[in-house]
Ligand binder design. Structure first.
Ligand SMILES: [Zn+2]
Length: 551
C-alpha cells in the first residue's frame, strides 16, 4: 500500500529547533501532485523533452505554470522565469588524422570531438607530451606538470587518478581517495587542465578498468558534442579532445622508444615529470558542422525575509532524450519519467510546501535545468552566469533519479567526505528513522556527474540524491531488493524509452527522499549557518577564498 501523503516529519524537529510555529509541520509532501507532474512531463505531449524542440516549449510552459501554482516568484534574470541557455552543437565529419606518422581513423585508434565553433578542426604536426595523470592538486601537494610548456602541443593523459592502480603500501595509495574517484580522475578535469595550460589537443589513453567503461562507450557519440556558447575569450584552446585506444597508445609509445607500462608506474609517483614523445606528432584536419541551439533554465524563488541575498538552491533537470528509434513496444520518446521528471516533480512539491510555511530568512531558489543529458550544460551556464552570487549561495541540493521500489531503511550518500551537508543529511535521515549508506561504487565518480557538480566545482557546497548510486535497504526485501531495482532500471530503462511512468511504482521511498531534501533546504533557509567543505576536499580551497563575504 502506497502512502497517500507523507508528513514532512523532520519539519517538526527543525521548527522546534528554530522556534518556528509547529503548526507548519502539517503541510506534507503530496504524492498525488508528484505523480500528476511525472505523468504529464513524461507523456507524449512533451515529446521526450529534448532541448530546443517543441517539447521544450511545452515543458517550460508547464513548469512556469506549476511554479506559479506553488506561489513562487520568477527567479531568473531581470525578474523572468527563464534563463536563456545558448548551446553549441558540433559534429565532426570525415577527414584525415595521423599519429606518429601513421594514418589513424576516428573511432578506431583515436576518438575525438571539438567544442570550438569553427568550420574545420586542424592540428598541424603538434608535439605530443605525456603528462601522466595530469593532476595539479595543491591541497595534496601533487603536481604532474612541473612547469612543462603545453602551449600549441597535444597532452596525453592516463585516465582516473594517480592512486587508482596503486598497490597497498605504495606512497600514493589513498592519496586520491583510494577506490573513490576524485575530480582529478574525470576526463572533464583533464580536458579543462590541458586547456588552462594552452594545449591545442588532449588525448586520454583508454583502459576499461580506469575509465569504468569500454571503447564502445567512448566512441558512441560519433564525433558529436555539446557545450554552452562561450565568449571568444572563454573558448577552450583545445581544437580536438578525446581518447587514444589502449593498444594504439602502447604502439605509439613504443614507436617513440617508450614503455607505457613503465610510465604508468612512474606516473604514480610524486616526482613524475612529463615526457615528450620524441619525434612524434599528431595532425588532424576534420570538417566541423556547428550550430547554436537556444534552450532555457526555468527558475523560481521564495524571497528571503531577512537575508534575501543568501540563496539555498534546489535543482533537478527538465530535459530528457527526445525522439529516437522505436523500441520493441513502438515507443519513440525517451521521456525520462524517473530521470528526471520525478526529480522535477519533487522540487515543485517542496516549493509548494515551503511556500505554505512562514517566509524563510534566506531566499530559496528552485531550478529546472536544461541539457543535463548533454553534459550538465544548463547548470553550467547558470553557474557561469549566476543570478544569485555563488559566494552567497548557501548550498545546491539536487535530485536526479529516485528509487521507485518502496520505503527504505536508509538513504544513499553520493560523494562521502566532501562537505558538511552529509552530516545534515544523516541528522535529518535519523529524524525520519533512517540511516545513511555510502554509494556502492565510488570509483564511478557519480559525484561529478550531475548538475550539482556545476556548483561544486565553483566552491558551492552540494548534496545529490541519486537512486542508482547504491542499493537501498528496502523495508520489503532489504538490500537485495534495492539492488534488483537498480539492476532492472539501469539494465532496461535508464536513458531508454522504457523510462516511463508505471503504475507499479511505489513512491514511498522517493517521498522520504524528497521530504529529506526539502527539510534540509528548510533548515538552511531558516538559519544563518554556512555549510562547509571537509578538509581534503578538492573544492575547499576555492570556497575558502570567498570566506570574507560570508562572515
Ligand atoms: Zn538525470
Amino acid at each position: 500500500m502506497v502512502a497517500k501523503t507523507l508528513i514532512l516529519a523532520s519539519t517538526l524537529v527543525f521548527s522546534s529547533a528554530f522556534g518556528l510555529p509547529a503548526a507548519e509541520a502539517k503541510v506534507a509532501v503530496d504524492e498525488g501532485r508528484i505523480v500528476a507532474d511525472v505523468k504529464a512531463l513524461s507523456s507524449d505531449t512533451f515529446e521526450g523533452r529534448a532541448p530546443g524542440t517543441r517539447g521544450e516549449e511545452r515543458t517550460i510552459g508547464y513548469l512556469i505554470a506549476r511554479m506559479k501554482d506553488a506561489g513562487l516568484e520568477p527567479g531568473g534574470p531581470d525578474g523572468s522565469w527563464l534563463q536563456t541557455v545558448p548551446l553549441l552543437h558540433t559534429v565532426l565529419g570525415a577527414g584525415t588524422m595521423s599519429l606518429g606518422g601513421n594514418a589513424v581513423s576516428q573511432g578506431q585508434e583515436v576518438y575525438v570531438s571539438t567544442l570550438r565553433p569553427e568550420d574545420r578542426a586542424r592540428i598541424d604536426a603538434a608535439a605530443l607530451v605525456f603528462v601522466g595523470y595530469g593532476v595539479s592538486a595543491p591541497e595534496r601537494g601533487w603536481d604532474d606538470f612541473k612547469g612543462v610548456d603545453l602551449k600549441g602541443k597535444v597532452a596525453v593523459f592516463l585516465v582516473n587518478d594517480p592512486d587508482f592502480a596503486a598497490a597497498a603500501g605504495e606512497p600514493v595509495a589513498g592519496k586520491f581517495g583510494g577506490r573513490t574517484m576524485t575530480y582529478y580522475g574525470r576526463w572533464t578535469y583533464k580536458f579543462e587542465e590541458a586547456a588552462r595550460r594552452g594545449a591545442i589537443g588532449a588525448l586520454i589513453v583508454h583502459d576499461a578498468a580506469g575509465a569504468g567503461y569500454g571503447w564502445n562507450v567512448v566512441t558512441s557519440p560519433r564525433g558529436e558534442n555539446y557545450d554552452i556558447v562561450r565568449a571568444p575569450g572563454d573558448l577552450t584552446s583545445l581544437r580536438l579532445q578525446g581518447w587514444i585506444e589502449g593498444g594504439a597508445a602502447e604502439a605509439l609509445f613504443r614507436h617513440s622508444g617508450l614503455d607505457l607500462a613503465r610510465l604508468r608506474t612512474a606516473a604514480r609517483r610524486m616526482d613524475f615529470r612529463p615526457v615528450a614523445l620524441k619525434n612524434l606528432t599528431f595532425s588532424a584536419d576534420l570538417p566541423v558542422q556547428h550550430e547554436t541551439v537556444e534552450s532555457h533554465n526555468v527558475l523560481g524563488r521564495i524571497p528571503g525575509a531577512r537575508r534575501p541575498d543568501e540563496a539555498v538552491m534546489l535543482g533537478a533537470h527538465w530535459d530528457a532524450y527526445g525522439k529516437g528509434e522505436p523500441d520493441a513496444q513502438g515507443r519513440v520518446y525517451r521521456a525520462g519519467a524517473n530521470d528526471d521528471a520525478l526529480g522535477i516533480a519533487g522540487i515543485l512539491d517542496i516549493a509548494r510546501v515551503l511556500k505554505s510555511g512562514p517566509a524563510p530568512s534566506r531566499s530559496v531558489v528552485f531550478a529546472a535545468w536544461t541539457a543535463e543529458e548533454r553534459g550538465l550544460l544548463g547548470s553550467e551556464y547558470y553557474a557561469a552566469h549566476p543570478v544569485y552570487p555563488l559566494e552567497k549561495t548557501v548550498a545546491n541540493l539536487a535530485i536526479d533519479i529516485l528509487q521507485t521500489a518502496g520505503a527504505a531503511n536508509d538513504v544513499v550518500l553520493v560523494g562521502q567526505g566532501q562537505d558538511s551537508l552529509e552530516d545534515d543529511m544523516a541528522r535529518v535521515a535519523r529524524a525520519q528513522g533512517r540511516t545513511v549508506t555510502p554509494e556502492s561504487l565510488p570509483e564511478r565518480g557519480l559525484f561529478y556527474r550531475a548538475d550539482h557538480f556545476s556548483f561544486a566545482k565553483r566552491g558551492v557546497p552540494v548534496l545529490l540524491l541519486m537512486g542508482i548510486a547504491g542499493a537501498a535497504d528496502l523495508k520489503q526485501g532489504g538490500r537485495a531488493a534495492g539492488q534488483a531495482w537498480i539492476d532492472r532500471y539501469t539494465g532496461q530503462c535508464y536513458h531508454q524509452a522504457c523510462d516511463t511512468w508505471d503504475a507499479s511504482w511505489n513512491l514511498t521511498g522517493a517521498l522520504q527522499d524528497i521530504d529529506l531534501i526539502g527539510s534540509m533546504a528548510q533548515e538552511l533557509a531558516s538559519g544563518t549557518r554556512w555549510p562547509e567543505w571537509k578538509p581534503g576536499s578538492e573544492f575547499k580551497a576555492l570556497r575558502d577564498k570567498s570566506g570574507a563575504v560570508r562572515r
